[in-house]
Design a binder for this molecule. Structure first.
Ligand code: T3D
Length: 260
C-alpha cells in the first residue's frame, strides 16, 4: 500500500480513516488530500460500509495544510489548490450518503478544523481543540468552514473563531454544541467505534436521506423542505427497512436493517 498518509481500516461495517503523519501533526500534503478524496468516494460505493470515523494519529487531529509543502518551489497557487484538492474532499464528505463521526483526538487547525466541521458528528478527547488559524497566515477559512461553521455554532461564535483565531477547547466546543461528547483521550476510539456501531445498525437509506435533508434544509425554505421530506418518506415508506422497523417494534425485538 502507498504511504500517502491516510490509513483506512474497515471492521463491522464501520470504516476508520486515520490521518497518519503524526510527526507533522497530520498536516495535509498533496498525496494525503488526493487519498482522502479518493477514500470518501470509494466508501460511498462500498455497500459493506455503513458509517465512517475520521481521526488523526498521534497528538493532533490535523494541523491543516502542510505549510512546508506550500513553500516548496512550484507549489500550485493557493486558489488552485483549494479548488483542485480541498473542495473535492469536502464535497465527498458532505455528499457521502453515510454518517461520518469525527473522533477529534487533538488539535484541529486550519483545514484540519474544516475537516472536523465537515463530519456529521464529533466526539472530542479532553485535550482536543479547534483553531481556525487561517487568519494568522493572512488567509480566510476555507475547505467549507465559512459554510459549515456558522451552521454548527451560529454566526456570532463563527465570527469570533474566524476573526480572533483563538483555540476553542474541547469543553467549550461541547458547550457550544460543536461536539456531542468530550471523553478521556484513551476512551476516544472506543466511544467513536460505539457511535459508529450504532449508526451502522441504523437503516442506511434513512440515515442517508436524513443527512441530505438536514444539510439542504438550512438553505431551503419551509415549503421546499416539506416537499423534500414527503418525497423521501414516499420512497423510504415503501422500502424493506421500514417494514422491518415496524415489525421489530411490534415483535419487541431489535430491527435488522439491510439497506433494502
Ligand atoms: O494550499 C493552501 O495553502 C491553501 C489551503 C489552506 C488550508 C490551511 O489549512 S491554512 C492553515 C494551515 N495551518 C496552520 O496554519 C496551523 C499551523 N500550526 C500551528 O499553528 C500549530 O502547529 C498548532 C496550533 C497546530 C499546534 O501547535 P503545537 O505548539 O502543539 O505544535 P508545534 O510545535 O507548533 O508543531 C509540532 C510540529 O508540527 C512542528 O514540527 P517540528 O518543529 O517538530 O519539526 C511543526 O512545524 C509541525 N507542524 C504543525 N503544523 C504544521 C506543521 N508542519 C507543517 N504544516 C503545518 N500546518
Amino acid at each position: 500500500m502507498p504511504d500517502d498518509g491516510v490509513r483506512v481500516e474497515i471492521a463491522d461495517a464501520v470504516a476508520t480513516i486515520t490521518l497518519d503523519r503524526p510527526d507533522a501533526l497530520n498536516a495535509l500534503t498533496i498525496p494525503m488530500k488526493e487519498a482522502l478524496a479518493r477514500t470518501f468516494e470509494e466508501l460511498a460505493a462500498d455497500r459493506t460500509v455503513r458509517a465512517v470515523i475520521l481521526t488523526g494519529a498521534g497528538r493532533a487531529f490535523c494541523a491543516g495544510q502542510d505549510l512546508r509543502e506550500r513553500l516548496e518551489p512550484g507549489a500550485a497557487p493557493i486558489g488552485e489548490e483549494v479548488r483542485l484538492r480541498y473542495n473535492p474532499i469536502v464535497r465527498a464528505m458532505r455528499g457521502l450518503p453515510k454518517p461520518i463521526v469525527g473522533a477529534i483526538n487533538g488539535v484541529a487547525a486550519g483545514a484540519g478544523a474544516s475537516l472536523a466541521f465537515a463530519c456529521d458528528l464529533r466526539i472530542a478527547a479532553e485535550g482536543a481543540s479547534f483553531v481556525l488559524a487561517f487568519g494568522r497566515i493572512g488567509l480566510i477559512p476555507d475547505s467549507g468552514a465559512t459554510w459549515t461553521l456558522p451552521r454548527l455554532v451560529g454566526l456570532a461564535k463563527a465570527f469570533e473563531m474566524a476573526l480572533l483565531n483563538d483555540p476553542l477547547s474541547a469543553a467549550d466546543a461541547e458547550r457550544v454544541g460543536l461536539v456531542s461528547k468530550v471523553v478521556k483521550a484513551d476512551a476516544l476510539m472506543d466511544e467513536a467505534r460505539a457511535m459508529g456501531a450504532r449508526l451502522a445498525a441504523g437503516a442506511p437509506a434513512a440515515l442517508a436521506e436524513t443527512k441530505r435533508l438536514l444539510s439542504a434544509g438550512l438553505s431551503s425554505d419551509l415549503e421546499a423542505a416539506l416537499a423534500a421530506e414527503a418525497e423521501a418518506q414516499d420512497r423510504l415508506g415503501r422500502a424493506h427497512d421500514h417494514a422491518e422497523g415496524m415489525a421489530a417494534f411490534i415483535e419487541k425485538r431489535t430491527p435488522r436493517f439491510t439497506g433494502e
